[in-house]
Design a protein around this ligand. Structure first.
Ligand SMILES: Cc1ncc(COP(=O)(O)O)c(C=O)c1O
Length: 479
């Protein structure tokens, strides 16, 4: 395969993509293979001699798609989606051709300057008034780890980086109970330790209780700990819980804590002014993460980290060894100095393409439709007395349980969940909410239509009826 073969094989890839997207609707959303099925089709050792592209491409078509869970399927209603608009796909294709590394301004000036401009565009798109700067990270987990490291070092006056943590005061981080597990991971990996991550109580609306937060901080100071940071969520993973930001951030400021807001999923909805009440007070935060790859059509990896003062983060993770020094560096930014990793994929191109190809109005329509259709679906479940609404969110997410009369709801909900995902027409996740199994529905795929969303009710109802029948017959063979 030579560079001169690119037109032929890019063309073949595009033809394959066209067929893939046009037949996706008929494929099971979740891959139906068993563990080991794919590996069994792959030789144990690499080829000694070059192979023909025809054969490589044929094998790709035969082996890979059956082992793919189709994240771009219009009925992928699980986790939070990682979506990919057509404009983003094309931008990624161009990035693949250039295969550039934007670790320094000099190693790809266009990538760095476009990224800086896109951060500014995003600030405008999300209605942020303060002058945030920032960068595009690969994932929210990286942004959160970087923020937690900054919390640590700020609290230690940047001495931990040199001396290690052994003789440092014991730090405390406070976090919402509804936060994603990436916060736990960041606290563990930062050396602060999970025992030092404290969870204030929730209010009945699942938002962090500011009074309890204050009490915990005071209690820790009295006991000799050093409070370092606060992590809040706007759109927690399980139920979409939303912390009230104003008071907790105010308290964090009183005690000089660094604050990070995880809006990885719900942040995308802030392109719509009517949802911005959900993160009122966000501009008090030192760091905010939003993943446009979850809901704005800009595919993985696309995680925006806004920073009120980027110097704090670059003091923590930035390094400028001799070999990375460049002429005129006082006039430019090297974005890798705000990140843990040095090598950086050119992520801003898909942002630029997507924002231009659909405009903010197109992206608002996407979000508004997803929310509207999800609400319609939620109503269908609410008006069916064999289902119970477990939780609801102002955005495109809700949870339900199956509760046919005279049957164990926990048992049948679990059974229904398994049956839905084996069936393949739709794909949902389950979560334990308040100790009970709950089936979670979310919508965010670029190609999803209203019919796709409403079909979820028909599939669930049909499979639920079958389970009821089997249980009354005693014929539970499939389970
Ligand atoms: C609220 C929230 N934060 C963070 C993450 C982690 O995102 P990433 O996969 O970008 O690290 C998720 C993942 O779904 C999430 O739901």
């Amino acid at each position: 395969m030579k560079y001169s073969d690119l037109p032929k094989w890019s063309g073949e890839a595009a033809k394959w993509a066209e067929e893939y997207f046009s037949t996706l609707d008929d494929q099971p959303v979740r891959s139906q293979v068993e563990p080991g099925d794919i590996k069994a089709l792959l030789p144990e050792n690499p080829p000694e001699n070059p192979e023909d592209m025809e054969i490589i491409f044929r094998d790709f078509k035969e082996i890979i798609p059956p082992g793919i869970t189709h994240w771009q399927h219009p009925r992928f209603f699980t986790y939070f989606v990682s979506n990919a608009s057509p404009a983003s796909i094309i931008a990624e294709q161009l990035v693949n051709y250039m295969a550039t590394n934007s670790m320094l301004w000099q190693t790809s000036p266009a990538a760095t300057e476009l990224e800086e401009r896109m951060i500014q565009w995003f600030g405008h798109a999300f209605g942020l008034q303060s002058g945030y700067s920032g960068l595009i990270q690969d994932t929210a987990s990286s942004a959160t780890l970087t923020a937690v490291l900054t919390m640590r070092e700020k609290a230690l006056n940047w001495e931990g980086l040199e001396r290690g943590l052994r003789h440092s005061p014991q730090l405390r981080i406070y976090g919402s109970k509804e936060n994603h597990s990436s916060i736990e991971k960041a606290v563990k990996l930062s050396g602060i330790g999970f025992d030092n991550l404290r969870f204030p109580n929730n209010l009945p609306n699942r938002s962090i209780d500011p009074e309890h937060l204050r009490d915990m901080i005071l209690e820790d100071i009295d006991a000799g700990y050093r409070p370092a940071g606060l992590v809040l969520c706007v759109g927690g993973t399980a139920t979409g819980a939303i912390d009230n930001l104003v008071e907790p951030i105010q308290i964090a400021r009183e005690f000089d804590l660094y604050t990070h807001v995880d809006a990885a999923w719900a942040g995308s909805a802030m392109v719509c002014p009517e949802f911005r009440y959900l993160w009122k007070g966000v501009e008090g935060a030192d760091s905010i993460v939003i993943n446009p790859h979850k809901w704005l059509g800009m595919q993985l990896e696309c995680s925006i980290q806004f920073l009120a003062d980027p110097i704090l983060q670059s003091k923590t993770v930035g390094l400028r060894p001799d070999y990375l020094r460049t002429k005129g560096e006082d006039r430019i930014s090297n974005l890798s100095e705000m990140a843990i990793v040095l090598g950086r994929r050119f992520r801003a191109l898909k942002v630029w393409f997507t924002l231009r190809a659909y405009g903010l109005s197109g992206l608002r329509d996407l979000i508004r439709n997803h929310v509207k259709w999800t609400k319609e679906l939620e109503k269908k479940f609410c008006s069916d007395n064999e289902f119970e609404l477990a939780f609801s969110s102002p955005l495109a997410l809700f949870g339900f349980r199956f509760k046919p009369r005279g049957m164990d709801s926990e048992l049948v909900t679990n059974r229904l969940f398994e049956r839905i995902n084996d069936d393949g027409r739709i794909y949902l996740t389950q979560a334990k909410i308040d100790g009970k199994t709950t089936i979670r529905f979310t919508c965010g795929t670029y190609s999803t239509t209203r019919d796709d969303v409403l079909m979820a009710y028909d599939v669930v109802r049909e499979l639920g009826d079958r389970i009821k029948l089997e249980m009354t017959d005693g014929s539970t063979s499939r389970d």
